[in-house]
Design a protein around this ligand. Structure first.
Ligand code: SF4
Length: 287
């Protein structure tokens, strides 16, 4: 008799299948229902119904001459966005040589630079691989993140984890952080003065990690980094440039929880990111 996988594994498989369905990989629909031991084993081992990622971890940082032939993506656009008049928030911030993430965290200290410090429980600095090729930037911590001091650990975080795993990566392969490092009360949007105080630390994190690709999750992150007041729908899914790095804005996982239909759009964006990182996908959608 084959051994039953633990309940947590079955739940994880079920969650993963649900996520693939949500992003448009539809062949799972006919198999939905409680996942039996045999189904779980078969699904786990069935590359023909799974969006197979050939490279389980990020490749080395050699420059790539061509995109993987197995990935179909639209032509990249690298168009600078029009920015508001006035000095850029990041204009005067230059890369600091020999900087490290622990040093930036040390500089941040028990920060009281903006009013968000009054209501936070924990500073959420960021988490993940300090040499990541892919950095996700969100808006700010929510209640779960505030309690744990880690980014994207609530419901939206669980969805982000599924998105990362669907790309063939693990959370430990990427770096995840936010525009502001303390939770805005009632999960309101961070205010201008808060963003201005906190975002230089984000910039230092990005410069230090030096990722190949930055993915902004949601309009606040995108508008802050790109210094634009244009809505995310104007540039979502397009390749943009930020301080010499490729940047893509896509919807925030919290938005996807409210609007599951938008998951397929995000998946298309993530496929472009995968192509850029050399993460080959044999098949992105069920036929
Ligand atoms: S949000 Fe940023 S600037 Fe404001 S108190 Fe927290 S760490 Fe400091």
């Amino acid at each position: 008799m084959p051994e039953h996988p633990p309940e947590s594994t079955q739940q994880k498989l079920s969650d993963r299948l649900r996520y693939y369905e949500d992003i448009g990989i539809g062949r799972f629909y006919r198999d939905r229902g409680p996942v039996s031991t045999q189904q779980a084993a078969a699904l786990a081992a069935a590359p023909e119904v799974t969006p197979v990622v050939e490279e389980p971890s990020l490749p080395k940082r050699e420059p790539k001459s061509a995109l993987p032939a197995t990935v179909s993506v639209s032509t990249h656009k690298l168009e600078p966005l029009p920015v508001p008049a006035g000095p850029s928030l990041f204009e005067a911030i230059n890369k600091i040589e020999n900087e490290t993430l622990p040093l930036i965290r040390e500089n941040l200290g028990e920060c009281t630079r903006c009013k968000l410090h009054k209501t936070r429980k924990k500073i959420v600095f960021g988490d993940g691989n300090p040499n990541a090729q892919l950095v996700f930037v969100g808006e700010g911590p929510g209640a779960d993140e505030d309690a744990q001091g880690l980014p994207f650990v609530g419901r939206a975080g669980k969805l982000l984890t599924q998105m990362i795993e669907a790309m063939g990566l693990q959370r430990k392969d990427v770096y995840i952080c936010n525009v502001v490092k303390c939770r805005p009360p009632e999960n309101r949007q961070p205010e201008k003065d808060e963003v201005e105080e906190c975002s230089p630390f984000l910039l230092r994190q990005i410069d230090t990690i030096a990722p190949k690709v930055i993915v902004c999750l949601g309009s606040t992150a995108a508008q802050t980094i790109l210094q634009t007041n244009r809505g995310i729908s104007h540039f979502r899914g397009e390749w943009l440039e930020f301080r010499g790095r490729k940047l893509m804005a896509t919807y925030h996982p919290a938005y996807l929880l409210r609007n599951p239909a938008a998951k397929s759009e995000v998946w298309k964006d993530l496929q472009k990111v995968m192509a850029e990182l050399g993460l080959a996908v044999k098949r992105s959608k069920a036929t």
